[in-house]
Design a protein around this ligand. Structure first.
Ligand SMILES: NC(=O)c1ccc[n+]([C@@H]2O[C@H](COP(=O)([O-])OP(=O)(O)OC[C@H]3O[C@@H](n4cnc5c(N)ncnc54)[C@H](O)[C@@H]3O)[C@@H](O)[C@H]2O)c1
Length: 257
């Protein structure tokens, strides 16, 4: 069971800014008895997410109390601080959602630099590793919890000109599986969501038209961030109490053929 004896649940979202972070936040803020710790690298993105749930003064949305923390997920001590703030304010931490991610520059492997690879690994892989490490430090002594990582369907299928992104998202899927096995005895579930393509600022640096062939490969067309948010609510909830190590695909049929 996730939640305190009083029935309240504390959820921390890393990468709560941006399109999907805002959609996940809105979805969870609408659930009863849920308090939120929202974190992002970008102050402006985080403020937009908070404003989106009607908690502009930070005092709460609906019955949710909201705490915000600026943090870079590639820095373990900053992720630890997010978790520490949850415990300091709410006394516990039931769910951690690791959602920060960056797209690599559009290019074939021989044209990508070591910096391109290192940035993708430091945010996409180490961000998720840091989230798992910081979460389990609180959840093990607490007696359990749920961790949800944002991977991508690109971690299961090949997307030309995006090797660092595909490789690091495959790493996130594998991290969720290994962590699920390692922490099952601590009653900590670890899963990931593999979205197909939905429009967001992550695509801003792509050349004009780069998404057209990607869109054509989605039988249901490109999605919206709100189409994906329910998967997080499910994996975070007790309805998924027997689900761990899964990679939940929400991709408009992209990976079906
Ligand atoms: N948009 C898509 O088509 C798509 C598809 C599959 C998976 N995803 C994944 O969904 C997640 C959210 O992406 P989005 O599409 O909403 O993009 P977005 O650019 O709108 O949001 C990404 C957020 O991550 C934050 N972020 C980036 N680096 C960070 C860091 N080092 N520390 C903390 N926060 C950081 C950004 O500030 C931003 O708020 C990412 O993990 C992305 O890889 C997106």
């Amino acid at each position: 069971m996730t939640g305190s004896a009083a029935g309240r649940r504390v959820v921390a979202i890393l990468g709560a800014g941006g399109a999907l972070g805002a959609a996940i936040t809105a979805r969870l803020a609408a659930e009863p008895d849920t308090d939120l710790v929202l974190s992002d690298l970008s102050e402006a993105s985080l403020a937009a997410t908070v404003a989106g749930i009607g908690a502009g003064d930070g005092s709460g949305a609906g019955d949710s109390a909201v705490e915000t923390v600026l943090a870079d997920v590639s820095r373990f001590e900053q992720v630890e601080e997010v978790v520490a703030r949850a415990v300091k304010r709410f006394g516990r931490l039931d769910v951690v959602i690791s959602n920060a991610g960056v797209l690599s520059p559009n290019g074939r492997i021989h044209n990508l630099s070591t910096d391109d690879w290192e940035r993708a690994f430091s945010v996409n892989v180490m961000g998720a590793v840091n989230a798992v490490k910081a979460a389990v430090a609180v959840m093990r002594p607490q007696g359990g919890g749920s961790i949800v990582l944002t991977a991508s369907v690109s971690g299961m299928t090949a997307w030309s000109h995006a090797a660092p992104y595909c490789v690091t998202k495959a790493g996130v899927i594998q991290l969720a599986k290994v962590a699920a096995v390692e922490y099952a005895r601590d009653d900590i579930r670890v899963n990931c969501v593999c979205p197909g393509t939905f429009r967001s600022a992550i695509h801003d640096d792509l050349p004009e038209g780069a998404l057209d062939p990607v869109a054509a490969r989605h039988p249901l067309g490109l999605g919206q961030a709100t189409d994906v948010a329910g998967a997080y609510a499910y994996l975070a909830s007790d309805a998924a109490r027997w689900t761990t190590g899964s990679a939940l695909v929400v991709d408009g049929g992209y990976s079906a053929p």
